[in-house]
Design a protein around this ligand. Sequence first.
Ligand code: F6P
Length: 373
Amino acid sequence: MGNIWRLGILTSGGDCAGLNAAIRAVVHRAIHTYGWTVYGIKDGSLGLMSRPLQYQELSLDLFNGNMLRMGGTVLGTTNKGDPFAFPMPDGSKKDRSGEFVEGFHMLGLDALIVIGGDGSLRILNKLCAQGSLPMVGIPKTIDNDVHQTEFAIGFTTAVNVVVDALDRLQPTAASHHRVMILEVMGRDAGHIALSGGIAGGADIILIPEIPYSLEGIAAKIEDVRKEGRNHALVVVAEGCKTEDGRPVTVAWGEQARYGGIGHYLSEQISQRVTAETRVTVLGHVQRGGQPSMRDRLLASAFGVHAVDLVAEGKFDRMVAWQDRGVVEVPISEVVVGARCVDPAGPIVHTARGLGIYVGELVDIVSAHTPLVG
Ligand code: F6P
């Protein structure tokens, strides 16, 4: 190993299951294989912008066997406060990027590993570029919308929660002859809704990438009835719009938060079919809990490979999962917005093949590609 001695690691953006497993893998590889000192930066970029700096040395004794299993992130995180336009108490925005770069040097770091989604990786990469700070990224997000990787940490755990919810909703739907609507996370991309809906036996799956019609939904529910079933399951991603294209959000200060598309659909479906509807909004339970086997494996493989990239002096890259293994990709190919569901891809093809209503892009010729989504 060359001349890296002090490695920083931070988690940024919304938490998800598997972050602690990734931190654990980084610490193990950095200390066992390379003999480095590892510093955990608290609360994402905020830890390096705070004075005094907010960090903790991560020694092997902190990893007492529990870390692999724990949801959340022991380092804390933030999905607010872009350092380039940081919201100040007086309502103004301030560029605090210099404080981040200064914090990196104050701690004497040689390199930084960032675990984040597409938005966090974009901001952190810009911060590191500004200060010429060596950085390697690890993809995480339940939304699974990071480019160049088939899976991001947190996705499969979240999908398992969706499947578990559908397993619970189906018997109660059948008992009461109801249409059950499950609203799941997914702001820009419908990967959670699509994978969870297929695996959980949904009849209708609505995702932001594919327009739908209320008549099409009603017709599907009638078809289910004609086939002799007295109930139906609908999964909708929170980022879906109304039929006429209006986003369904709740105003929250300066922000607009997603939420409400499930209730909109409930009302609209009730007007079109004679069936009772009920809505479940799954929310943040999708982010917490113990990581799935795949998320533990992914986090472990990503952590080890990220440290190896640092050791090899390969920066401005992200570790990614492609074709059953870990690869490295340039960050510049990742930070180009959300990786959405391909309406002509293999998963939508599977849904359509099962007779699931997934919206109405009738001219799509489903094609098989090796990538998920
Ligand atoms: O990006 C991940 C995500 O879980 C989205 O699916 C969801 O819209 C958002 O985070 C929720 O963020 P918050 O924790 O700020 O409510």
